[in-house]
Structure formats: C-alpha cells, structure tokens
Design a protein around this ligand. Structure first.
Ligand code: PEP
Ligand code: MN
Length: 289
C-alpha cells in the first residue's frame, strides 16, 4: 500500500522509513544534556520508579551518580494498573526532579502520559519518557515529536518490533530524531517473572534501525535479584544502555519495590558490568568514589 509522506512523496505504509538503518547506517547518537546514548559508553539511567520525597530522590540520585549512572529517571506521573495505587507526586514530583537536577548535575528523564502535559514536563526534564502503556498513543507520539525533546520510548508490553518501530516513526516524522528505544519485557504465558525480557529485540532492532536501543531489566523481570545478571546479558548482546530501578528502602517503596535494587547492590552491579562491556568493545562510566 502506498501512503503520503510529509514531503509529499509516495511511501510504502508497510515499512518504517525514517527509523530504518538504511536511512543512517552509521547510527544515531542521542545527546541528553551532555550525555551521549548510542556511542561507545553504555549509558546507565537509574532511579526509583516513582519520585516519593526530596530525601528519597536526592539519596538515590547521589548514590547512583557516584556509582557511575549518567541520567536520573524518576516518575512524577505514574501509570498504575489500579486507580487506587500511588499515582505519583505529579507537579510536585516535577519540581523535585528539577531541583535534584540542579543539586546533582544529572540530566533527568520522566514520563509524560498526556499531550496536554508535554510542555510542562519538558520545562522540568531533559528527556521525555513514553511508557509501555502509551506506545500506541499516536497523538502523544506526535506531540513529543513536535517538542523536539529527546524521547525514551518504551516497547508496548504486547507490541511487535514492527509496531515498536512504527511508534518511533511517528516521532521522527515530526522532525525529531532524538529517540531512544527501550526493551522492557513483553507479556508471555510465563508467570514466574513480571514480563519476559526479550533480548532478541536488541540485535534485531540494532539491525533494523539506526536509533539507540537500551534495556530495562527491572520491568523485564520484576525481581531485583535478576536485574544484575540480565543487565550483564543486555550489555553482552549489544544494548546501548540500561534503565535500572534503585530505591534506598525497596520494602517500603510506593511503586515497584520488588524489582528495585538497593544502592549498594547497584554499585556492585556496575563493577560487575565493566568487564562485560570491555569484552564487547564498550565501556561503563567510572564510579566517582
Ligand atoms: C516505569 O518505567 O516505571 C514504567 C512504568 O515502565 P513501563 O512503561 O515499561 O511499564
Ligand atoms: Mn517502575
């Protein structure tokens, strides 16, 4: 089937065009306030799942930064399955993220769920996350595309890689090429893990698209104790970065405690990742301590 591109040219509507590796064989490096995703260094985005308080956010941010994480990721607007679960601190959470960014110097990424909030979230963050539940929200994809902000696009929990690439295509079609794809696990018949982390997606996406690809083993497994080994596997298979949830007190976390690493375990994980990165021609940022 043929369709019209923004330039008026006729294009196939069965193949993504702008995200295609052939459009940029050398690969795209997405820069987020000085941090490069898609280069030689494996990028570490880390944070509690949700911003809960100034103390919790600052404690986690300084710990993960000192272990070598480059980007702070914290949820202010939380997409929760139950409307009775903690929904995030919302606007107050955005203010806390902007504050901790000033305190630590770390760029910040946070989720936006609503087209009407893109401007406000963009004013407080350095990168916009479009979560798994919103990967198919085409007006939202267009709006984050128009914002020109870097976008962290998570794979829908039941999305094929074609659907994932087309979602990214919506953003690029607005003239915004600053998109990072995140594999975060898909729904399968398996019940012992929260999702099935589809590491096949990494080499397949790297072959098909020039966009950087990162992996989220926290949502991909749902178990904190699986996160370090799946992180090593993700780096070994060619991921450009990792998104890992860390919480100073996982037992009392308001969201995703069971899959959150304590800062001390995150630090050990970073040390364990370094030789794996070197083995595949990459590197992990050095710790500050
Ligand atoms: C999250 O990153 O905390 C989150 C809600 O992830 P996902 O959209 O992958 O479920
Ligand atoms: Mn989470």
């Amino acid at each position: 089937m043929a369709g019209w591109t923004s330039s008026g040219a006729v294009a196939s509507d069965t193949e993504p065009q702008l995200v295609d590796r052939g459009a940029k064989p050398s690969g795209t490096v997405v820069e987020v306030r000085g941090v490069q995703i898609g280069g030689r260094t494996v990028d570490l985005d880390s944070s509690p799942c949700a911003v809960e308080s100034a103390e919790q956010l600052l404690a986690t941010a300084t710990a993960v930064r000192d272990s070598g994480a480059a980007i702070l990721r914290g949820g202010a607007f939380k997409p929760r399955t139950s409307p009775y679960s903690f929904q995030g601190l919302k606007e107050e959470g955005l203010e806390l993220l902007a504050w901790v960014r000033r305190e630590t110097g770390m760029p910040v990424v946070t989720e936006v769920m609503d087209t009407r909030k893109v401007e406000e979230v963009s004013a407080h963050a350095d990168m916009l996350q479009v979560g798994s539940r919103h990967m198919h929200s085409y007006p939202l994809l267009e709006e984050v595309g128009r914002s020109g902000m870097p976008v962290l696009l998570k794979r829908g929990m039941s999305a094929t890689l074609d659907e994932f690439l087309f979602a990214a295509e919506y953003v690029l079609k607005q003239g915004n090429e600053r998109v990072v794809l995140c594999e975060r696990g898909i729904r399968t018949f398996e019940q012992s893990t929260r999702n099935t982390l589809d590491l096949n997606a990494v080499p397949m996406l790297k072959r098909r698209t020039h966009l950087p690809v990162i992996v989220d083993p926290s949502h991909g497994t749902g178990h904190w104790w699986m996160v370090p080994c799946l992180s090593r596997a993700a780096v070994a298979v060619g991921a450009d970065g990792l998104l890992v949830e860390v919480h100073p007190d996982p037992d009392n976390a308001l969201s995703d405690g069971p899959q959150s690493l304590k800062p001390e375990r995150f630090d050990v994980m970073m040390q364990e990742l370094r030789p794996v990165a070197i083995a595949v021609g990459r590197e992990i940022s050095a710790p500050r301590h």
